[in-house]
Design a protein around this ligand. Structure first.
Ligand SMILES: *Cc1c(COP(=O)(O)O)cnc(C)c1O
Length: 398
């Protein structure tokens, strides 16, 4: 059984704060300052250029990739970390289209996170060859998987509602009609059990600054199914993915048979030191235990809010097996109400038009936090604190 008191003690969360936003930006592991300091003093300062060899910087895309891979059921040598998730969307979808050259449809859904859709639009414009992006309602994705579709690009957990796609069903249907699947795990990796091997998905991508707790702007990851590693097309063909980077040839030859070909350019080694510290927290965590705790805490939160917070409506899936690890509520004055919560040290976030989102992250949240958060919300509603002028002003980042 995973010891969640132990994992909670591994985070440095400000005294008195109840942090229900680990789905957007994970909190700082206590080991992070020492990790970055060790990188600065024992690696960059002392080793300088030698660090690429002596400290293993060159291969950290892969060594850390393998550690992230363990959270999603990926075998060693199939996952690399670097860059941003937006870039990973481009890499995976462009490579997916190349595997099905006779088809012109990318299928996603209108609940997907906008950057995934924007990147697909940009790729379609760049290819200038009659490609089309289809975005039905999330429930209708499965029926839209036809033999016209080249790539099914779905984010498993909806960033607003928490609704979870049935990935096994989508992947099976896609493969049955000859389409490939790009599975975005932004709100899944570190939140719920994922098994890219058992589902035989083609590509999986995600970020490490949400549930994985790697820090703001932490590197993204890409997984490629082992059966594709020798043929997958790396259109972002940077020198870091070359078969022989230090030959400095003028022509690009992707690293044969290895995930290394999805590497692009020099990664942020400083960011890797923080990601490594974050991954240490995951060493003894069982994803099924984590999921069970997430469900217990979420159910408690939903039940208490519904009993004590009039006007606040749960808008996620009722069945916990159909949710990720965040819970959404609507309230007519959701933005102001969230600002009032934040002013009272209960941190969630707001997604337009009226959704208050709360991340339920068992690594560092317990029942006591949940009860205190609901007490605070109930007080804000009873006293109508949300009406205060200062809570009406919109910040740049919501
Ligand atoms: C958070 C998130 C992103 C963010 O992309 P970045 O390139 O890291 O800014 C992309 N897609 C999904 C589905 C997300 O949830």
């Amino acid at each position: 059984m995973t010891d969640f008191n132990k994992t909670r003690a591994m985070f440095d969360i400000p005294e008195g704060m109840i942090y229900l936003n680990g789905n957007s930006l994970g909190p700082m592991p206590k080991a992070a300052p020492d990790a970055i300091n060790a990188f600065l003093h024992d690696e960059w300062k002392t080793e300088l250029i030698k660090g690429w060899n002596t400290k293993g910087w060159w291969m950290q895309t892969n060594t850390l990739g393998d550690r992230v891979g363990r959270l999603i059921g990926a075998p060693e040598g199939t996952t690399v970390v670097s860059d941003t998730l937006s870039i990973k969307v481009f890499q995976a979808v462009s490579a997916g289209l190349a595997l099905v050259p006779d088809r012109k449809v990318i299928l996603s859904d209108n609940g997907n996170f906008p950057t995934d859709l924007y990147i697909a639009e940009g790729l379609i414009k760049l290819k200038d060859a009659g490609y089309e992006l289809r975005i039905p309602d999330p429930e209708d994705v499965i029926d839209n998987i036809t033999d016209e579709v080249a790539v099914v690009m779905v984010t498993e957990v909806d960033y607003r509602t928490g609704r979870k796609h049935d990935m096994s069903a989508l992947i099976q249907k896609a493969h049955a009609v000859g389409a490939v699947v790009v599975w975005d795990l932004a709100h899944s990796c570190g939140a719920i059990p994922v098994d890219v091997t058992a589902t035989d998905v083609d590509f999986a991508i995600g970020c490490t600054y949400k549930y994985v707790n790697g820090g703001p702007g932490a590197p993204a990851f890409i997984y490629v199914a082992p059966r594709l590693l020798d043929s997958v097309e790396p259109y972002l063909s940077g020198w870091y993915g070359h078969e022989s980077p230090f030959a400095f040839d003028t022509d690009y030859r992707p690293m044969p048979g290895k995930i290394d070909r999805m590497r692009i350019g020099t990664p942020s080694i400083a960011a890797f030191s923080l990601l490594s510290a974050a991954l240490d927290v995951w060493e003894d965590v069982d994803m099924n235990d984590l999921h069970q705790r997430s469900i217990e805490l979420s159910e408690l939160f939903i039940q208490e809010v519904e009993a004590r917070c009039p006007g606040v409506t749960f808008v996620g899936p009722r069945d916990p097996m159909k949710r990720g690890s965040h819970v959404p509520f609507t309230f007519e004055h959701g933005y102001a109400c969230m600002q009032a919560l934040i002013a009272n040290n209960v941190i969630g976030d707001f997604r337009a038009p009226n959704v208050m989102r709360f991340g339920i992250t068992p690594l560092f949240i317990n029942e006591e936090d949940i009860m205190k958060a609901v007490d605070t919300l109930a007080d804000i509603l009873t006293n109508e604190t949300w009406k205060e002028e200062r809570f009406q002003v919109r910040a740049k980042v919501t």
